[in-house]
Each structure stands twice: as C-alpha cells, then as structure tokens.
Design a protein around this ligand. Structure first.
Ligand code: AVJ
Length: 324
C-alpha cells in the first residue's frame, strides 16, 4: 500500500486523516472508550514524548541506551558483520548510532509509515556514517514489507527498541513478530536475527511514577490527544474536564493510561454526539511489562527463538537477541 514515496496517509476532501477519524469515532462509541496509542504522535505529541524520555521518573530510554552503550561488543560477536540492519520505526538519534557502531552493518534499512520522519532521520544517519548504504522504506511494518533489491543478498538483523512491542496486546504483538520474520526472509530459508527491547515488570510505584511524572509531561502527552481530536476532527471536548491517569493492571502486567472525566461531559466529534459520566475514562495506551519468561514466550509465539538477553545494571529493562 505504501512503498515508493507515495503518501500513506489517506485524507478526505477536507484534509482529515480518514483512519484517525474512523479510529476515534469507533473508539468513542464503545462502552469502555478507547483510542489506539499510535494517534498520540502528531508533531506536538512526538515532541512531548521526547520530553518524557528526559524526565527522571521515565527510566526506559536511559536503561536501554545504557545496554546499547555497554554491550555492543557482545552483540557484535553473536550477530557478525555485514548484516542489513532493518529498523522497525524511523530510528532514534541516540540508540541507532550505538547499534550501528557496534555491529558494523553492510546496510541500514529504516521502515516507517511516516515518510517525513523517515527521510529526516535517514539523512542525519547518512551524515554520521558516510560509508554506509542507507535505504529508507516508507511502509506499514505491521504487514510484510518488500525490502530494496540492494539488500536482498545480505543477512538481516531486525532492530525494534523502546519496548514499543509493549504497546500491543499479545495477539497484535505476535502478528507483528510474524510479519517481521516474513519481511526479513525467514520463509526463504534465511536466518534473520532480531534485537528487541522489552521493559521489565517491577514495583508498581516505580512503574506508575514513570507514567505520571512530577512535571506532568506525560499528563500533557495524554491530554494532547484530546486537543488533536478537537483540532483535526471538529471536536468540542472540554479538555479542562479531563485528568491523566496511569494505572498498573496487575492481571495483564501492563500500565494503562486513561483520560478521566472529572464531571459529566457531552461533546461532539465530526458531527457525532458523545457523553460520559463523571469518572468514566477513555483508555489511551497499554504499556505491557515483561518477565524473562513472558518475554521469551511472546517471542516464541511470534516465531523467534531467544538466544541471549541483556539488562541494565539496575535490571529495569531488557534487550533480547533472537533468531528466526
Ligand atoms: C514509546 C511505547 C515505549 O510505553 O513507555 C511513554 C510511550 N507513553 N510514556 C512507553 C509512552 C507514556 C512509550 N513507548
């Protein structure tokens, strides 16, 4: 649906992102209202997420970066040189260079649904690694992606940092892991590897604080979704009547983010009316946390055999190397 530079966002005559509207209208019509977390990331949302990663309570980014910085030679030994590193997502300006420095790849192939982000970060990377062939691909990596001909002959190393997999419920996560195998040629007898970040289960207080920082940056990130709906979908949501909540769901081992109505509210979105009672919530994100075993089980269910696992010194976060 979206390889060769053709815009992947499908807009109607008035410029509204059709998928955004469909997800919001469907999600608000449910008894437990819910909107997929991917819609957080407009320009403001992406900036706010960057700010979240600098908050003292939000440990995952620092913990994962520590592992990438300290364990590079151990990855390199297991992975070997000259692989095509296939990153699922545009890549971070800090984590991606650390991996590329460590494993001496033959090419770098970032996959992202947003062409703009993709081209920006690919350009920055080419500058940092002048000899490295970089082949950005604009595509939805939840499905099998056709990789460029230039990397066909290279063995693949998938890279999926950030515990982004934790945003998915297990059935979606397994679908993605299987798509990654297909994208990297596992079915054609190649033996791709995958380096994936997965955040670990820990004390509830630590987890809830990571998603409800003192500076209220995460609260603003969550509430930004309401502002986006009002702006892009003709919404009349009274944003001042909503509060950020981050709750550990112990049955499902995940942090849930919600937007809680502090009083009864009525509003419109795209001409449709909705109402919420005081205390009702819109569920906006799941962030699953893993144990060594639950991480391994998820990977195995998706067709990947874990080979080795690293954690940061405080054992808060894991990076797992797996083979198809
Ligand atoms: C980008 C999915 C890794 O779940 O920790 C951070 C997003 N949400 N604070 C996460 C997020 C609230 C983040 N991921």
């Amino acid at each position: 649906k979206a390889d060769n530079g053709i815009a992947i966002v499908d807009r109607d005559e008035t410029g509204v992102d059709k998928a955004f509207r469909a997800d919001v209208l469907k999600g608000l019509a449910q008894r437990q209202k819910a909107i997929p977390a991917r819609w957080f990331y407009d320009e403001r949302g992406s900036q706010l997420f960057e700010d979240i990663t600098k908050q003292p309570e939000y440990y995952p980014t620092r913990a994962e970066t520590e592992i990438l910085r300290d364990r590079g030679s151990e990855f390199a030994e297991l992975v070997g040189p000259d692989r095509a590193v296939v990153e699922f997502g545009s890549g971070s300006s800090v984590k991606t260079p650390l991996l590329l420095e460590a494993v001496a790849p033959g090419a770098y192939v970032p996959l992202d649904i947003s062409g703009e982000f993709l081209r920006q970060s690919a350009a920055a990377l080419s500058e940092k690694f002048p000899g490295l062939p970089v082949h950005p691909v604009e595509a939805d990596f939840m499905r099998k992606v056709e990789l460029p001909d230039e990397v066909e002959q290279l063995r693949k190393l998938g890279f999926f940092p950030g515990s982004t997999i934790g945003n998915m419920v297990p059935r979606t996560a397994v679908d993605l892991l299987r798509s990654m195998r297909a994208t990297m040629g596992a079915d054609e007898g190649q033996l791709p590897m995958l380096l994936i970040g997965m955040d670990l289960v820990k004390d509830r207080e630590v987890l809830e604080a990571a998603y409800a920082d003192e500076q209220d940056v995460t609260a603003e990130f969550n509430c930004n979704l309401l502002h986006r709906i009002n702006r892009e979908l003709d919404g009349t949501i009274p944003t001042e009547k909503f509060e950020h909540r981050a709750i550990w769901n112990d049955d499902f081992a995940r942090i849930e983010m919600h937007l809680l109505a502090t009083e009864a509210v009525d509003f419109e979105v795209s001409g449709k009316r909705f109402s919420m009672a005081k205390g009702d919530t819109i569920h906006t994100e799941n962030s699953h946390k893993f144990t060594r075993r639950s991480a391994n089980t998820l990977l195995l269910a998706g067709g990947w055999t874990p080979l080795k696992r690293w954690t940061d010194a405080e054992k808060r976060f894991s990076l797992i190397l797996a083979q198809a």
